[in-house]
Design a protein around this ligand. Sequence first.
Ligand code: GLU
Length: 409
Amino acid sequence: MNPIEATNRNFHVAAQLLDLDEHNVRQLLTPHREIKVECSITLDDGTLATFVGYRIQHDQSRGPMKGGIRFHHEVDHDEVGALAALMTWKTAVVNLPYGGAKGGIGCNPSGMTEAELQRLTRVFVQKMHDLVGTYTDIPAPDMGTNARVMGWFVDEYAKFHGWSPGVVTGKPIELGGSLGRDSATGRGLLYGAECLFESDGRDVKDFTYAIQGFGNVGSWAARLFHERGGRIVAVSDVGGAIRNPAGLDVPALVDYVAVKGGVKGFPGGESFPRDQLLFQECDVLIPAALGGVIHADNAAEIRARYILEAANNPVEPDADAILSKRGVTVLPDIYANAGGVTVSYFEWVQNLQHYKWEEERVHTELRHRMRSAWNDLQATRTRYGCSLRTAAFALAVSRVDRATRLRGL
Ligand code: GLU
């Protein structure tokens, strides 16, 4: 399913519940601005290569637009557009004073050298620096990008506008990054899961977990759920998958991946085909990789009773209906993975204040934000008698709609 179609289906369910009129619906769906740029660089072997970059700025009624920049070979206009809209709803669910945007470059970062990636990042900034800014649109890391890339971004931006650390978040600590940003998405997922399980009278340590993806989000989730007593029974990444029904030794696995570059061959577990990760025996499934992985054709095979959406858009709307009939509870992405953008907000606040927070404060305030958003989510779910996904969209859309109307035409 086209990613914009999937995101908009969820939006329309909420819009109907809220009884929004057609004009407001159109205004909320139409992106504020779409930027498409050609990025040509010289590769290390002296040849020229051209990549297409996007920044789609979806909505700014609640504040400056916010969202990551993705480097991935599947990046295209529709994916970036859908992810930009999701950022608008995500920042609204956790009540950050932001709108939503997303960017990306269609490239394969693992096949490029660091020097090539640096040149590509700098050309991208050169092409769109006038359209982002501390009070307009603030990029951040996403799939295929990291603090290193954000460091190049802030440096290139400074050449045009002077030193402006608040123009981008997820920076290296030495360049104004925040303590706790690296682990924030995984940690926010843990805090959100604690709320969900508590509402069912259960605890993180009561369950077994399977995690698809062992990048920043998946590996931090594995570490933090393991620390809280959860049993991680299976993980996969692009190179392979391993499982151990008795529970994987996560710290040993993290050390192994740091050396070997992937989970494949980890001696503390048994290898299995990576496309079988979603169907492993477990209580909680954490998709922490690409979008669209759970769809109408495979939803019936999922054995977990909870799905925590660490990735953006991992469950398609048709699959949602099948899962809900089977009694599987889905913690929706726009709440579940909002820890990253929440700590990005803390980083931005620290940049504006020129004042550094202790790491403990970052964790405490993140937990507080996730708990308070959960209370709002629960109240919305009870009010409309709907799924958590619909409640999250209804909460977000009502907040953005109200801000849009208060600003006037
Ligand atoms: N890329 C992350 C997301 O999808 C973080 C965005 C941000 O920090 O602005 O939520």
